[in-house]
Design a protein around this ligand. Structure first.
Ligand SMILES: [Zn+2]
Length: 101
């Protein structure tokens, strides 16, 4: 088996090593990590693929409540943008009709 040089620290590792001593993941296909117990993800280059979400029911409920609360300011921002867009459109329309007279 050939040695694999770590691109991060330059240390030679056995080719079957998944991770260098410095913590660098040597084989991206092996870079399957559990991130804080929430999701099992595959890390390939800069792309993150969420494979599964393992979450206790209580945490899921708390998460969904947080999500719902966070959607309120998001909705208000969209509402504000809608009001501004409608005002601009109606002003433009009014101006067009004014000049058409
Ligand atoms: Zn290394």
């Amino acid at each position: 088996m050939a040695a694999v040089k770590c691109p991060h620290c330059g240390l030679y590792n056995p080719s079957d090593a998944e991770r260098c001593d410095c913590g660098y993941a040597l084989s991206p296909s092996m870079g399957r990590a559990r991130v804080s117990g929430i999701a099992s993800v595959s890390l390939v280059a800069s792309e993150v693929t969420v494979v599964d979400i393992k979450m206790p029911f209580g945490s899921m409920v708390a998460f969904m409540v947080k999500w719902a609360l966070a959607s309120i300011p998001a909705f208000l921002i969209l509402l504000l943008l809608g009001v501004v867009a409608t005002a601009a459109f109606s002003t433009a329309l009014a101006a067009a009709f004014h000049f058409a007279k």
